[in-house]
Design a protein. Structure first.
Length: 191
């Protein structure tokens, strides 16, 4: 386990130190969870437009449930595991870039698992699978967005790569389960 933690820390330091002041504004913008709201709103609109009102009502409820479950799991894991964020680890603090301090944002306490990665992957998986019959290639741009969103968390010094990888895996599972549940509910109501 210690070997994995060391590899995770070294990978974090490598990826975090690829940054430069030139790119800080871009990555701080990408890492802001509010930046994803227009994307999720667009996806929600497309679900409504393509699937019809009744199906969209079910999907809307499932979107809220998906967010609640994914976020709840990430918070339970953070509070249960209590792994400090890299920006709180004093033996590496002098080696990392933490550009968020320049804009007045703090570090936060615990980072395992990333709520950004967990919730983002759950939503993208769920809505992407609903929209896939209408837009065959929709998942690739969504996963590309999520990869940028996740890397931004390493760039700004908030998460180790494992925080994100595990968050993405949990989000994928939550999104797939939500999609399957939505299918069963839609079948039950003949949609």
């Amino acid at each position: 386990m210690e070997t994995l933690k060391k590899i995770d820390e070294q990978l974090f330091l490598y990826l975090n130190n690829l940054g430069s002041e030139t790119w800080d504004t871009f990555w701080i913008y990408i890492t802001d969870e509010w930046i994803a709201i227009p994307l999720y709103a667009l996806l929600s609109f497309l679900v409504l437009w393509k699937t019809g009102f009744k199906s969209a009502v079910i999907s809307g409820g499932m979107i809220l449930l998906t967010v609640a479950v994914a976020y709840g799991i990430s918070l339970l894991m953070k509070d249960g595991i209590m792994r400090l964020r890299p920006c709180n680890v004093y033996n590496i603090y002098s080696e990392i870039r933490f550009p968020l301090k320049e804009v007045g944002e703090g570090c936060g306490d615990f980072g395992f698992v990333s709520s950004h990665a967990t919730v983002g992957m759950a939503l993208i998986t769920f809505m992407g699978l609903i929209l896939k019959p209408y837009y065959k290639s929709i998942l690739w741009p969504l996963f590309t967005w999520l990869a940028l969103f996740c890397y931004s968390r390493v760039y700004v010094g908030k998460h180790y790569p494992s925080d994100l990888i595990v968050g993405v895996i949990i989000g994928l599972i939550v999104g797939l389960l939500a999609f399957q549940l939505r299918k069963k509910i839609a079948q039950r109501f003949g949609l």
